[in-house]
Structures are given as structure tokens and as C-alpha cells.
Write a protein that binds this ligand. Structure first.
Ligand code: B12
Ligand code: SF4
Ligand code: SF4
Length: 353
């Protein structure tokens, strides 16, 4: 390994990254073909920005930095330890996907990349760089695969041996010429656990996700009403979904991480008290104050209350009914109102049957 590459890897580890790889900056031709195929098959529906133009653009790093020579792919685990919370029928709880337990990763990762590049620039002189994290202007996972960080699991997540798949990805595009690492190899073998476990059958074939059926899309990205036929399958998920990762054997024996930024930021965030969160989201001010600096802001107040209503309908008992009625009377948002009504009807139906 060249001195510079070793310097970058050591400093990236010191900055807290768990995996570092170097990829060449040639266009991702195969990825581009796959993305266009996914769009053509209607598997990316619902994400208005995910157009064929954007897909092609994101597969050529030179669109972002014309003088790019190398990409530094960085991964950081969010596999923080959770505390088990006792479930009480009079206090129903939901679930928040692991990636959202701590601080909003966009800011955290960007800061780490900037600090890393500062050290590189101190050694190499000022160089061109572009920092990217989850921007959809580049294909994070394809970069990670080329850089040797991980391989594509059938659930479409990148898996890194020894780290599992609970990690974020980001990258630095630079005009520095660095020796590339070898593409990651790895395989799911005959395993199909994630396909079998997905409650909405969103993984329609290995490596193929139907975005519009994925609970992560429904609870985070989708605006407006959620298709009634999918509401039962959302189960307990208020924000995101981890099922296809929870069942993955590559996540079974990994050591939990302890990056302070991703330690649960709000007490009980992994299994929130649904009635308490209905109260906390009653006004825009309280919603913003409570979820400041977390990824949960992304679904907006309407989205979060809509999701809370669905999960209360799926898991709440008779105790939840009076709270739902009160919330319905006070609610002004038509989307939330419709979901609160649905939850009330569902609970009443369960009680009489
Ligand atoms: C859009 C998006 C979503 C959408 C669609 C997800 C999807 N699978 O496409 C939704 C909202 C559903 C979503 C959900 C989640 N997301 Co998301 N998402 C993105 C985003 C912005 C773009 C991904 C994309 O281009 N999708 C389009 C599809 C077609 O692309 P693809 O899955 O990469 O497709 C590849 C494979 O299918 C593969 N392939 C196809 N056929 C074959 C055949 C073989 C043999 C092989 C080997 C491969 C292969 O090639 C394709 C092209 O690379 C990225 C950030 C980024 N800029 O890349 C984050 C990103 C993928 N998401 C991330 C995370 C953490 C999640 C969630 C875990 C969050 C959660 N817990 O709720 C879930 C996981 C759901 C899942 N099973 O994938 C991380 C993933 C990290 C990792 N370890 O892989 C990313 C990289 C963000 C980040 N920077 O950290 N996400
Ligand atoms: S995140 Fe949940 S809904 Fe989406 S593919 Fe995985 S198991 Fe299915
Ligand atoms: S659950 Fe099995 S098939 Fe799915 S990603 Fe993990 S190893 Fe691959």
C-alpha cells in the first residue's frame, strides 16, 4: 500500500470510520443499466426525483467533479446497543429503525469527511474534493462495492464481512491519484431469509426492491395517505424498517458499535411510547423541538402522526381508543384525521370480534 493510502486509511479510522476503501472513478456502466431497468419495471415509483436522467447522472462521478481520479468510500456502523424495554398493553410502543436512533447522519458524516480531508490537504497541499452522503447524486452502494467495502445482499443492502449491514456510506471524490482496492466479493449463498421475512413482499426478487411496497419508503418518504391494503403489514414500524436486516445472518455475530453520535438520542427512541409521541407531535413547535438533529424530521409532522395512527391501530388496545378519539377531535390535518379514523375503526373491530 502506498504511503498516502495508508495515511488516509489510518486517519479515517481515527476519525471513527469502520471501513475504508478506494475506488477508481470510471463511470458505473453496469449500475446505470440496472437502475434504468428498475425504473422501467416501475420499481422506483413514488420517488419523483429518481428519473432516468438522475440515474444516469449519478453513475458518472465526473459529473460531480470533472477532474476526479479516485473515490474514497467510507462506512460507519450505526449498530448501537439497544436496551430492552418491557411492553405493557396499556402503554403501546412502536419501533424506529436503528439508523435513526442517533443524530442525523448526514451532518455527522460530512463533518468527519471534512476533517479527514483537511489532514490529507495538510500533507498533500490543497486538492480538489467533493463530499457526498446520501445525496442520490452518486450511487453510494455501487461505490462501496467497487472500493471493497461490501457486497450487495439480496435485500439490496451492502454487507461488509465482520460489520454486517447496519452502516452508513459516504464518499470523498478527489483529484488525487490513489491505488484502487479490489471489488468486494461475498455472497448470500442459498439464503432467502430477507425475501421470506419482508412483511410487504417488497423484495420482489433477489437484489430487486419494489420501492412503493417498502415500509421504509411508506413511513419516511411517502407523503399523503398510505394505501389501506398495506397498513396492517406496517405492523409496529413508525419510522423505517429493519426486518430484512434483523433476519440477515451477517448481522448475527457482529460486535455492537459505540459511536457516540449514533447512541439513542432520545430515551426510548427504539421503541417509542405511541401515546406520548402523539402528544409530543401535537404542534409543529413541539415536533421540531423534540426531533431536532434527528433523521425523524424527514417524514415531517404529518407523516409521523399518520404513522403513529397506523401503528396504534395495529397494536393499541382498548386503552388507546380514548386517546385516539381526543386526537381526532383536535386534529386539523386531513391525512392524519383519515388515519386516526382508520385506527379507531380497526380497534373497534378487533374489540367486537
Ligand atoms: C432511494 C433510497 C432508498 C429507497 C429505495 C431503497 C432501494 N433498495 O433501492 C428506500 C426509501 C426504500 C430506502 C430504504 C432504506 N435505506 Co436507503 N437509500 C436510497 C438511496 C438514496 C438511493 C438508492 C438507490 O439508488 N436505489 C435504487 C436501486 C435500484 O439501487 P440499488 O438498490 O443500489 O440497486 C442495486 C442492486 O439492486 C444491484 N443489483 C441489481 N441486480 C443485481 C444482481 C446481482 C447479482 C448483484 C450482485 C447486484 C444487483 O445493482 C443495483 C445498482 O447498484 C441511497 C443513497 C445513495 N445515494 O445511494 C440510500 C441507502 C441505500 N439507504 C440506506 C439505508 C440505511 C436504508 C434503510 C436500511 C433505512 C431503514 N432502516 O429504513 C432502508 C433499507 C431498505 C432496503 N431493503 O434496501 C443506506 C444503505 C447502507 C447499506 N449498508 O447498504 C444508503 C446507502 C444511504 C447511506 N448513504 O448510507 N432507501
Ligand atoms: S425494509 Fe422492511 S419493508 Fe423494506 S424490504 Fe426490508 S423488510 Fe421489506
Ligand atoms: S438475509 Fe440472507 S439473502 Fe438476505 S441479505 Fe442476508 S444473507 Fe443475503
Amino acid at each position: 500500500m502506498s504511503d498516502l493510502k495508508e495515511f488516509i486509511k489510518l486517519n479515517a479510522l481515527a476519525e471513527g470510520f469502520d471501513r475504508i476503501g478506494i475506488a477508481g472513478a470510471e463511470p458505473f456502466t453496469e449500475t446505470s443499466e440496472r437502475l434504468l431497468e428498475h425504473i422501467e419495471e416501475g420499481l422506483i415509483s413514488g420517488l419523483a426525483w429518481f428519473t432516468t436522467e438522475r440515474a444516469s447522472y449519478s453513475c458518472d462521478p465526473a459529473n460531480l467533479l470533472p477532474q476526479v481520479k479516485s473515490i474514497i468510500s467510507l462506512a460507519i456502523s450505526y449498530n448501537s446497543l439497544d436496551i430492552s424495554i418491557e411492553y405493557r398493553p396499556d402503554n403501546p410502543r412502536g419501533k424506529v429503525a436503528r439508523y435513526a436512533w442517533g443524530q442525523d447522519y448526514h451532518k455527522v458524516l460530512r463533518l468527519k469527511m471534512e476533517r479527514l480531508f483537511e489532514k490529507i490537504s495538510e500533507r498533500e497541499g490543497v486538492r480538489e474534493a467533493r463530499f457526498l452522503v446520501d445525496t442520490a447524486r452518486i450511487v453510494d452502494r455501487a461505490v462501496g462495492q467497487r472500493a471493497g467495502v461490501g457486497f450487495f445482499g439480496k435485500n439490496t443492502n451492502l454487507i461488509s464481512k465482520g460489520l454486517g449491514s447496519y452502516f452508513f456510506l459516504c464518499e470523498i471524490l478527489t483529484d488525487l491519484e490513489l491505488e484502487p482496492d479490489t471489488t468486494a466479493i461475498g455472497t448470500c449463498g442459498n439464503c432467502t431469509r430477507c425475501l421470506d421475512a419482508c412483511p410487504t413482499q417488497a423484495i420482489v426478487a433477489p437484489w430487486k426492491l419494489d420501492n412503493a411496497r417498502c415500509i421504509s419508503y411508506l413511513t419516511i418518504e411517502k407523503r399523503g395517505s398510505i394505501e389501506p391494503s398495506l397498513r396492517d403489514s406496517i405492523g409496529e414500524w413508525i419510522f423505517g424498517c429493519d426486518i430484512c436486516q434483523q433476519v440477515c445472518p451477517y448481522n448475527f455475530k457482529v460486535v455492537p458499535s459505540n459511536h457516540p453520535e449514533f447512541i439513542p438520542s432520545i430515551p426510548g427512541i427504539s421503541q417509542p411510547e405511541l401515546l406520548e409521541w402523539l402528544r409530543l407531535t401535537a404542534t409543529e413547535e413541539s415536533f421540531r423541538a423534540q426531533f431536532k438533529d434527528t433523521s425523524l424530521l424527514r417524514t415531517k409532522r404529518t407523516g409521523l402522526r399518520r404513522n403513529l395512527a397506523i401503528v396504534l391501530g395495529n397494536t393499541g388496545g382498548s386503552d388507546a381508543l380514548s386517546y385516539l378519539y381526543t386526537a381526532l377531535v383536535e386534529e386539523t390535518d386531513p391525512v392524519v384525521k383519515e388515519h386516526l379514523e382508520w385506527a379507531i375503526q380497526k380497534l373497534l373491530h378487533v374489540m367486537v370480534s
